[in-house]
Ligand binder design. Sequence first.
Ligand code: NAP
Length: 286
Amino acid sequence: MAQLIDGKQLSNQVLQEVASEVEQLRAEHDVVPTLAVVLVGEDPASQVYVRNKVKRAKETGMGSIEHRLGTATTQGDLNQLIDQLNNDPQVHGILVQLPLPSHLDEEQVIAAINPAKDVDGFHPVNVGALAAGQASLVPCTPQGCMIMLRQVHPDLSGKNAVVVGRSNIVGKPMAALLLQANCTVTIAHSRTKDIESLCRNADIVIAAAGRMELINADWIRPGATVIDVGINAIEVDGKRKLVGDVAFDSVSEIAGAITPVPGGVGPMTIACLLLNTTRAARRQLA
Ligand code: NAP
């Protein structure tokens, strides 16, 4: 039976580190690291994510500012708000919750954020820095996955890793971080041929396709480490349930280590967002 990598427990450790860094910045520099969260529209999932991020931020002693804008918000209104937050010295991190309503241009919004305050790590300057192996604000979900992987593999050097998914927010930065850690990395996507045998050869499989239980036990080499990023909502007996991209019951019989959904990558993502906010605040001291 696979070792369970407990994202709840591990995220609590990260949040404790964040809380002590918040305390240190306050005591030594009279700075309260502050995260501004911008939510546009009424998407229910986004509302839950924003609520959780703000709640956790408060628990660490960090400052948080919420801007809730109506669905009819224009690009100009949003750019103006971002400009204001970019220029506010009390704000150290800016997060615009995605997805935005379809009339708004996400790329333009991300590019409008000051890269030094881009705690999601999506700005092209931070994306480029990560690709070049330079210090940057790293996207939260892949950063959380790396902390989880290090629990099992303190040294990742030479491991074969397959990342299933090539999105800008998960797959691509995940592959960049694994490469930085000296893994041999394969990125698989919807056009990849014989994805099963690629995964079967891997020491590490990162599932980030957004396809319910795509990866089953036949895809996994005995003893491999499986990180399940996927979040898929299903209904069981009239109740909403979250499942990952990995068929947990069968894969956990064969894998060496596995993350659950929920309680895996999700809590780590929020913890890493707050870690990025303290890092951004410290860098802005200089
Ligand atoms: P996305 O933008 O939809 O990207 C999905 C990727 O998976 C694409 O690259 C796609 O390939 C690939 N893909 C889709 N079906 C596939 C298949 N059958 N075989 C192989 N590859 C396939 O999604 P995302 O934003 O990266 O998110 C992925 C999943 O992670 C979602 O379930 C999302 O909810 C979850 N997520 C979780 C967290 C967390 O904190 N736990 C954070 C972010 C996202 P193409 O590029 O060829 O289309």
